[in-house]
Design a protein around this ligand. Sequence first.
Ligand code: FDA
Length: 436
Amino acid sequence: MQDFDAVIVGAGAAGLFCAAQAGQRGLRVLLVDHADKVAEKIRISGGGRCNFTNRDLDPAAPHKHFTGQNPQFCRSALARYTPADFVALVQKHGIAFHEKHKGQLFADRSAEDIIAMLLAECAAGGVTRWQPCGLKKVVFSASSAGRTGGGSYQIDTDRGAVRARSLVVATGGLSIPKIGASDLGYRLAQQFGIPLVERRPGLVPLTFDGAAWAPYAQLAGLALPVAIGTGDHEAPHAAPLRGSPPPEGAAFALGRPGGKRKSRMAFDEDLLFTHRGLSGPAVLQISSYWREGAPLAIDLAPGVDLPAALAQAKARSRRLVANELAALVPARLADAWVQQSAEWQRPINEATDKALARLAQQLARWQLTPTGTEGYRKAEVTLGGVDTRALSQQSMEARAQPGLYFIGEVVDVTGWLGGYNFQWAWASAHACAQAL
Ligand code: FDA
């Protein structure tokens, strides 16, 4: 049987990076992955250009860009391996990149460059990679030799059995099963008695009941900037509805600080209408905070004083409400929206003040309750996962199981859209590699 210092399961973002770092520290590392192709998720990420990190990340305040039962868990790892560290690595490999939107960094050419970089780093660390290679069984033998309380893992794979003192689980989440996602990481956690937080799709389009959605289906393909928030009977932002733009990604704690909090999230991003519901960055972001049965509130004209603008239009124009509204929101939206009421399908000077006020109110506080999500087929991430209370935030090692580590998306840490999930993969992998 071959011996390694560490076996890492999952050659995705976290697994490749951890393997490279551990190998370069002189450890004998085996990286095992059941998929035919290495790092498929990196390949398809960021529209093929991989949004590999985000400059706008404050490790001292991880709750700003990460969710999970305890967002503070990722603080130490994020502080010890920062976006600047990853950027330095990308630069060392001569990969050109650019900033797109709100600190998001993308490869200029292709995500393939990031994969090639990670493979080169693994090669520099002498990492052995078996791929495709499935995992059949893991058995832990406690021993009095070696590290205090340590032992070894016997790992049966499709290519034979190996032994290692450390086993790193980097199997990612459940999204996009057709490119290799599986529940192996969660099953391994369960095998060793490590608790899991309920899993659900995150960064995912939201869907609506067919009949309820029928009036909006005609808007499929329309994209527009919005302010979107969780919580009912409120504008997306606690701040006054109109006027100055609301704070980015503001979380409003409705409970006592430190106590059980019911927080409301809000984002300023683009919304995309689809045939089945809503997508686009605004909806993907809010989906990670949305719970089944809960309503969303959307301001379809953020920063526009709709009541004042409609009142002014009424005073000076005889054009149809839809035509005047088209100066304030996209014309397709204006046309579709006025179809909802006969009182809006007339010249604006003939519309009542009450009708125009209702129009303004509905566009600025569109209340709607999704019926579901597009599921793991379309989700970019999996929320929940290995309970962070069971892991060391310094090393990602399971507190009650020596030598067993969990890194990347399999852990109950989920970042916002915009490179945060890869940064968590790099940072958690780095923390683990230093401890192996
Ligand atoms: P990852 O999923 O990368 O790797 C897990 C590996 O484990 C896979 O190679 C898989 O084959 C392997 N594995 C699973 N089960 C196994 C088993 N039973 N046996 C052996 N191997 C097994 N994030 C971001 O920051 N910027 C972005 O631009 C994007 N874009 C994006 C687009 C799309 C379409 C998706 C689906 C996701 C993103 N993401 C993203 C999210 C990001 O891809 C994700 O968070 C990271 O890849 C997670 O890294 P991990 O290494 O934890 O898992």
